[in-house]
Design a protein around this ligand. Sequence first.
Ligand SMILES: Nc1ncnc2c1ncn2[C@@H]1O[C@H](COP(=O)(O)OP(=O)(O)OP(=O)(O)O)[C@@H](O)[C@H]1O
Length: 320
Amino acid sequence: MALLEVSGLGVDVAGLTLLDGISLRLDRGGSLGVVGESGCGKSLTALSIMGLLPPGLRPRGSVRLDGADLLDADDHALCAVRGRRVAMVFQEPMTALNPVKTIGAQVAEGPRRHLGLSRRAAREHARAVLHRVGLDPSRVSPDQYPHELSGGQCQRVVIAIAVACGPALLIADEPTTALDVSTQARILDLILDLVADEGMALLMISHDMAVIAETVTDMAVMYAGHVVEAGTCRRVLGDPRHPYTRGLMDAMPRGSGRPGEPLAAIPGTVPPPGAWPAGCAFRDRCPRADAACAIRPPLVADADGHAVACHRPFGAGERS
Ligand SMILES: Nc1ncnc2c1ncn2[C@@H]1O[C@H](COP(=O)(O)OP(=O)(O)OP(=O)(O)O)[C@@H](O)[C@H]1O
């Protein structure tokens, strides 16, 4: 049985569809990336899995963790899973942390609640976890407040809170977007280290293909609330079939580019929910679109599990 099995996940609000037909699978100790431009629905996918959708947003389909459907679960059952079996690292460390509680107290909360530790044992555990995420107690005290720490240190605290109870699944939603470039690589290394050491599964969400390529083995490309291509990173990045995936890859900065040379940006922007064109939602921006694209293409997988939703996909090895 998969650790996480998302099937036909959709999210609606006031008659508007924000996500539709999202299916993802992640095995114990495995890693999966979700990539796409801003507004494609990556965060809503993560929030649906965590049971943390904002009020008014209604999920449908199923999200199974260890076989149990989280979309059916009541608040009590969800609270028992969140933090204990699945935990999330958010984009903005400063807003994810409570400004009026010490960092030690914030890391100790989960172990008190989920592991039944005494106040003192939870404090000791928090100290050890903070050390583990690179906050040496001789330099950063558990008694400090978030505003006394740098952005990178705050993100380490957020990671400490997430891993404090040894979850089976760690969801990282753009964990480095708010950080400066030199800190970004160190935070990604820390996440990969923890995931390997603790045997956690990793769901990495990013708009950045390079982050996905460096951190996970499998990936799903999202566009306008749908998965448009999925498979192993080796297949998807080595032989991208969907014109959107190609566009994202062509837009990646390359070391070999000449200074001043413009990147090949995808023309236009992701249409907001309610303004998706009928048929393939990417067709207004797609260089290969034709009349067939007025009908929504299904996501079809080959024998290797490389799945593409496109009527005019690139052939194997075909150049853009
Ligand atoms: N509470 C809400 N009510 C209505 N629409 C929403 C709500 N939350 C998100 N959306 C819309 O759903 C779409 C997907 O949002 P989501 O935050 O999942 O995108 P994303 O791919 O994670 O982008 P980003 O990287 O910018 O966070 C967006 O168009 C967004 O405006």
